[in-house]
Write a new protein. Structure first.
Length: 201
């Protein structure tokens, strides 16, 4: 049998969220390729104490792929935080306001339970570098074992590869300049909170 000619053909892919496989088929190249419909919905979980420009970059990129993206703030009462859950949600709502398909919510307990209860099939996580790989891969594999929820890793913009909420808080606490690392509205609240803590100590 002669090998199929590569002229006049194109490779098309279809994703199966339930199996995690990518199926590749070869078909005649269409005159006007149809636009791919966005995936239904995903969740971007985290503590976001506070939200950074690195977080926002991941949210916006996810929003371009999914019809709906939920930014879910983890409620962890055993962990000391700079901002309350309600304050973090308020800051998040401010920074995602220009993006109509991004909403803000909160959750406690297992993330996969939250996803299952709301019919969310995909978790989106930013991947900053090798330091994130071991932990995030273990979590993704555990979540996949518990449910059919898939995890999508988004490589962080190199501008924010070093950035974390903890680092921002530490630098701000010691008087360092964190402008450009967090949204302007967040910077104002962060500066005020650090000054409050400093005055109260």
């Amino acid at each position: 049998m002669k090998p199929a000619s590569r002229l006049g053909t194109s490779a098309s892919t279809s994703r199966r969220a339930s199996s995690g496989t990518i199926c590749i088929s070869v078909s005649p190249a269409p005159t006007n390729p149809p636009q791919e419909a966005p995936l239904p919905q995903a969740v971007c979980p985290g503590s976001f104490d506070p939200v950074t420009n690195g977080h926002l970059d991941v949210f916006v990129r996810a929003a371009a792929l999914f019809e709906k993206v939920t930014v879910a703030v983890l409620i962890n009462k055993t962990k000391s935080s700079l901002f309350t859950v309600d304050e973090r949600m308020d800051m998040l709502r401010e920074v995602v306001a220009p993006y109509p398909n991004i909403e803000v919510d909160s959750f406690h307990g297992l993330l996969v339970d939250y996803c299952r209860n709301r019919g969310i099939p995909v978790i989106v996580k930013g991947m900053r570098g090798f330091g994130d790989v071991d932990y995030e891969l273990q979590m993704a594999q555990m979540n996949r074992r518990l449910t059919d929820v898939e995890t999508m890793f988004v490589s962080t913009n190199p501008l924010y590869g070093f950035l974390s909420s903890s680092l921002v808080k530490e630098v701000a606490t010691y008087g360092g300049d964190v402008s450009g690392l967090v949204p302007e509205s967040v910077l104002a609240r962060l500066t005020a909170r650090v000054e409050e803590r400093r005055a109260g100590s």
